[in-house]
Design a protein around this ligand. Structure first.
Ligand code: PGA
Ligand code: ZN
Length: 426
């Protein structure tokens, strides 16, 4: 039992310099813990609503003072003095107080900040590490560490839309530890930076998540250059280091089809294109290959890539149990990209995770493109036994705080890295 004395919040800045919310939860016994929420740029249409102030004179309307005030006033009034047993109770109180399906009244940023701060306070009060508390919340023992999927090249909304594909990521598949995964990735990142300087005559400018972002002549060049960088690092493409891609295709999908560079493709042709990439490059995971509303074609995409490349739903699913249920019924994907701020509370994200697991799917626990230095995501990925973790590149402190936390957890627990190859998709 935990008796909440007070919840409060303040506006802080994220890795893009935009406002976000940091909440603090204080228990009657003096336990005090804080947590900060991230924010996306290539957001799914079905995400819970981040409350922004809309005042054009301040942070171009992106201020979070209203969300902060909602925590300090309404949410604090509803929670202060309450004794609760579990996370679900706190999340239910804020959900009922909000009264909207998409959390637009109080703001998903307000909800999640409180949800996370409460979880961290519980871990502290129980004197267990946060990852252990998350595992207990899920009712499962600690099993494995997630395999990192690390941003190498960026495009799309994270890099001025110079290239349509959002991320090409490296997956260190022969690594057996987090430590080795990061060392292998560093080698590839360094050789990629050199390659880019030579090929595109540019300094290694990096995008929102720290990926390298030259002007690639076409989407396929991102894969070809990534393979070359792996080879130049002395590693074997597909054997030591494989590739993943976040196509984020909702963001170049129009009423007329997929605007892939200078080509306009209908859905069946887009699937053929994706299948060709999967055949020609060591692509083990493909996220949002089709748009978030192209439900009719997702099952075909999954069938086409089955046994070869994981079909990951991000914008398609929005960590939303209803959308996941629909995708399971249709056979539209085989991997959930889980971002807790898409749904706005730990309890609902847990339901989303369990639905995916029960369907035999894998789960990738993911950061957002706008992050903070808070490292709870690493604990969540371990506690909820994520198959993969997606944080961005191995540059920039808001990304490294998560990788460094994984290193700490690895040292403290000696848990094994999740095995590779992971079981084939259904
Ligand atoms: P976002 O991007 O945080 O800007 O939505 C991350 C992703 O699409 O996976
Ligand atoms: Zn995505």
């Amino acid at each position: 039992m935990f008796t909440i004395q007070k919840v409060s919040a303040l506006e802080i800045l994220d890795s893009r310099g935009r406002p976000t919310v940091k909440a603090t939860c204080v228990f009657q016994d003096g336990t005090t813990a804080s947590a900060s929420v991230p924010s996306g740029a290539s957001t799914g249409a079905a995400e819970a609503i981040e409350l922004r102030d809309g005042d054009p004179k301040r942070y171009q309307g992106l201020g979070c003072r209203k969300a902060v005030a909602n925590i300090n006033r309404d949410i604090n009034a509803a929670l202060a003095g309450r004794t609760v047993k579990a996370q679900e109770e706190v999340d239910a109180v804020t959900r009922e107080l909000d009264g909207t399906a998409n959390k637009s009244r109080l703001g998903a940023n307000a909800h999640l900040a409180v949800s996370l701060a409460f979880a961290r306070a519980c871990a502290q009060a129980r004197r267990v590490p946060l990852y252990q508390h998350f595992a207990d919340m899920m009712g499962q023992p600690l099993r494995t560490l997630p395999r990192p999927t690390i941003n190498l090249f960026s495009g799309g909304k994270h890099a001025g839309e110079l290239c349509p594909l959002q991320d090409v990521l490296v997956v260190p598949v022969s690594a057996t530890t987090i430590d080795q995964s990061l060392a292998d990735t560093f080698a590839v990142y360094q050789s990629a930076a050199k390659l880019i300087a030579k090929k595109y005559h540019m300094r290694p400018l990096s995008a929102d998540e720290g990926g390298l972002a030259p002007i690639f002549p076409d989407p396929e060049a991102m894969f070809a250059d990534a393979v070359e960088a792996i080879e130049q690092a002395g590693l074997r493409p597909g054997h030591d280091v494989a590739l993943a891609v976040d196509v984020a295709s909702s963001h170049f999908h129009t009423a007329n089809g997929y605007q892939l560079g200078d080509r306009l493709l209908d859905s069946p042709t887009m699937i053929e294109e994706l299948a060709r990439w999967a055949k020609n490059y060591p692509l083990v995971s493909l996220e949002d290959g089709l748009s978030e509303e192209d439900w009719d074609h997702w099952p075909k995409l999954r069938e086409t890539l089955s046994g070869q490349t994981r079909v990951v739903g991000d914008d398609l699913l929005c960590t939303n149990p209803e959308r996941i249920r629909k995708a399971v019924e249709l056979g539209a994907a085989d991997t959930l990209l889980l971002k807790v701020n898409q749904i706005g509370s730990l309890s609902e994200a847990k339901d989303a995770c369990l639905l995916a697991r029960r369907a035999g799917w894998q789960v990738t626990i993911s950061a957002r493109s706008g992050e903070t230095e808070d490292d709870w995501l690493a604990d969540l990925a371990v506690g909820w036994a994520g198959d993969q973790i997606k944080v961005g590149s191995i540059t920039q402190s808001e990304r490294l705080s998560k990788y460094n936390r994984l290193l700490e957890i690895e040292t403290a627990t000696r848990l094994p890295l999740v095995t590779w190859p992971t079981p084939a998709p259904l």
